[in-house]
Design a protein around this ligand. Sequence first.
Ligand code: NAG
Ligand code: NAG
Length: 628
Amino acid sequence: MYRSHPLSASLRSIRHRPYFRSVLYGCLVVSSVYLLYRFVNPTYSIPIYSTSSWTDPFSGDLAESYVPAVETSADVWLGRAKSVKLSFLHGYHGYERYAQPNDEIRPLSNDYRNNFNGWGVTMYDSLDTMILMGLENEYNRAMPFIEKTVFSLPDGEFAPFFETIIRYLGGLLSAYALRKDDILLRRAEELAEKLDNVFATPSGFPLFGVNPNGQVVGPEIGILAEIASLQLEYTTLAKFTGKKRWWDRANTVIRALDNADLHKTGGMFPIRWNLTSAQPFDTHLSVGAQADSTHEYLLKQYLLTAKTDKANLIMYLRATTHIIAELLMLSPKRHLLYVTDTTFSTNEHKGRPSHTFEHLSCFLPGLLALGAHTLPLDDLASLGIDLNEIGNESMFGRSGKSYKLLAGYNLKTLHMWAAEGLAQTCWLSYADMPTGLGPDEMVMYTVGDDRWGKTVDGYKEGGGYLWMDAIEKWKSSGARGAPPGVGDKTPVIYTEAERLRGTLRTRDYSIRKSGYLLRPETLESLYLLWRTTGNDKWRDRGWKIFESIERHTKTPSGYASLRSVEILPAVKDDDMPSYFFAETLKYLYLMFIEKDPIPLDEWVFNTEAHPLPVIRWTQAEKEAFDIQ
Ligand SMILES: *[C@@H]1O[C@H](CO)[C@@H](O)[C@H](O)[C@H]1NC(C)=O
Ligand SMILES: *[C@@H]1O[C@H](CO)[C@@H](O)[C@H](O)[C@H]1NC(C)=O
């Protein structure tokens, strides 16, 4: 889910203060004592890693496999799940004590803030996590507030529609799905009613913001993530209430996306859209900020409708084909697979790759894994789909070549490789840091055309980059395992001196935004990689990240965003976003409990990690809603 954030921390002044070194040593002593304590604590075990066969053959001595030598017992996983639950309680009790019924707690000052309408967003975002964790008391204390929230705003203020839908409406619908408390559905529908004027555009795409009194606000040019991340919520609302009007809201957006002219962008949706004409306004492509959840909702709407709305599937296949062929890149030395965006452009010709890699984009490996897990990607013909027909050069110009290229591969394997490789890089962006937490934005080093999926005639040894058909040659030579960019790699942690010198390039990237905003995307992907592959290494990594969150972000009343992941001791910001409860802790919890209460073939997570049940329309609903 896209969220902009004003933070872009540069802590140069702090780095050079003379007392910094002694603070660092103090911190080392404290953390050693802490580690010793954790080590003798019986619910805690440090996984032991050893090398094994699944390595990146092209990464030379940087490659090392991470597979636990000792299997972690079920008891230990249970203890870990319990630790996550305790963290939830710690943060939520801080919110209840200092901030309720306002939006979010400020975990350093114990102040609060109203950044999402002031209706108590932390409660709404937390409800379903409480239900899943079995936190009856907290749930029961929240419900009277939920019941009496007044969904109103002063004149001239506006609810940001996108954030309000994914957090408030998504939270209410998910809690209702998990526990049929009627008040939840009543509040959900009332909220949707009060926001409904936002759709007063010729295209049916929503405007940016709306006041429950009916006033709306927003430019004619809308942002992709903000105008097309409502399909899951409104479809679910239609199912739960039996009302066609909510389905129409979702369906109008889906049909508009399906009818859009994408000949300039290879079948992928760009960021800016004209809300009058329902057509793209630019050719700026991204899977990160301002775009992410729309790509996500293509696959998820198909899954939510029990794989019946095929237009969404085809749009998903087009988007991922373009992403895999054009936006996946390989870094020069470590062969880190990453996804980038293009520079702004409204031209016929797309912008150039920017080589930035955002934390927000780390949902993509999980999405690709979910797609590979749930779709017959290796047999699209069984669905009557031919990649060469849904995209080709007569439709998309030069970009159309990607379809032919990918049609030559086992698409399931290819998507899974991409998922694993991207998840490796997201994980490494954490493991490379002294805090064990990943930065918000990196800029990857480049040696020119770094596209992972480009085909050329041969693999140029020493050239620093590798191409798809080189992968094929390598495979047919009898090598086993996955292609470059996919396997495990060894973290590279700069020492304090190396970091300050600032000249080392062994990590293959520099950091542009060094904060960690308690974001969920990497954990979300680790969760989905674990669920879809069954490989414990992914949840082991989840546990390591959780330990880092505990170690570096905890405050007496909650958890705080970090200003920089590169500095010890970590410097905190007075900020605890509601998505930490909705997403970050939920995915961690689901990763560690043994029984899966949210099977991926029965539930679909919205972009705020609120699970919604798969919908099977009855014949009567199909007729009433006019669903083909
Ligand atoms: C949006 O599309 C409408 C209808 O085609 C057009 O009149 C309008 O000028 C466009 N707006 C912008 C900002 O391009
Ligand atoms: C290209 O796509 C169009 C539209 O689906 C289709 O009619 C046409 O046959 C395709 N061309 C080739 C060469 O497959």
